[in-house]
Design a protein around this ligand. Sequence first.
Ligand SMILES: [Cu+2]
Length: 464
Amino acid sequence: MDRRRFLIRAGGIALYPAWETKARAQRSNSEPSVVEAALEARETWVTLAGRPAQLYTYNGQLPGPRIEARAGDTLRISFRNSLSEVTNLHYHGLHVSPGGNADNSFLEVPSGELLTYELPIPRTHPSGMFWYHPHMHGSVARQVSRGLAGVILIRGEFDDQPEVRNTPEFLMVLQDFDIASDGQVNEPNASEKARGREGPLVTVNGESNPRVPLARNGWTRLRLLNASPSRFYRLRLEGHPFMIVGVDGGLVEAPFEAEELLLVPGQRLDVFVRGESPLGTFRLLNLPYDRIGAMGGGMTGSTFGQKTAEPDVVATFEYTDAPPALWAMPDRLAPIERLSSPGIRRTFRFGMGMGMSGGGFTINGRLFDPKRVDTRVELGSIEDWDLVNRSGMDHPFHIHTNAFQIVSGNGEVEPAWRDVVLVPAGRSVRIRLRFSDYSGRAMYHCHILDHEDLGMMGIVEVAP
Ligand SMILES: [Cu+2]
């Protein structure tokens, strides 16, 4: 057993860095257990897209080790910070406590120190794809851009169904990097940070254009995560529509087909691909998307947000012959509760004061202040939040602890719970939130991580 396998153990589950996985069911009837994992953030030379690069990793792996658990389990994560700078962990999308040693983004782990996070996952927690990454204010973009990200899968009834369990499943963690010829990460300048840093090297699980097998006469399940600091992915798979079964941390009510997927930073998608073409290869393309709009034109020396002639190839799917396994996708998955219309409505305006007069990256005109509560809500209450973006750039909004539903404004109105929503430039999106189970303080922010670091973040306090 190598050191990595030895270090990473979980209650009944060995965690290993394989990205092909099966929705395992052996623990479906077992009692909730404690899932233990040891994570160490450290600077490491790794092979990135076939070349050496000096990155930040969890346990030397890119992305970090996959952690699997079920609703009702407790995650116990012994985290060691072996970086030469302060960091911490956020458990993106999990509905767990934002206080104590749980998903508490106010915690800081100094260089050389150890902190044990303990996250009891409610028995009612949805199954889905979540992820962990640093949330150290001011350093989030830099630390994530150097590689710090890992997947947490919560398994549930859907995964336990024999057809789903027997479907090949691939995790695809999308990260982009800007690496110099000496293998060091290039740090962006001020205007690149203002736009949100993007690296020209697009990777899936640390590889450039990996080959992914596609089962002929069967389904292939893809679990996609955008772990990039700023880059949007607009994905199309040649010759194959996607069957979307889940967004962010849960299943949709009714699976639906889409020709393209838009994945903004922080978002996850759970999709199935029907393999019924002749044997061959098909490219997963990243199509142009303009997230900066009019602003980009005023900035020199940048290709960000501009249309390019040739789309990037993110991965290449290659058919493998397999016994027929094209089961009928159910019309209905989990019913999504419709939240009743609330009495409380609030407005959150994204602001970008870019000039000499300052202003910075703000929500409702204010820069993030860790000592200030911006929004006070009641435990158990339902609220509508209007996210207003009159700036010239798209902002993906994320809130910790509680997922929300989209009411109107960006076209994504199929019933689903989400924890990231794109608020396009010049538009407003209304979301409906319920502050369930946990009192305390949590954060909401733009998930373009440079914008978050520059101040586009606020604190909500849930009163018991
Ligand atoms: Cu933003």
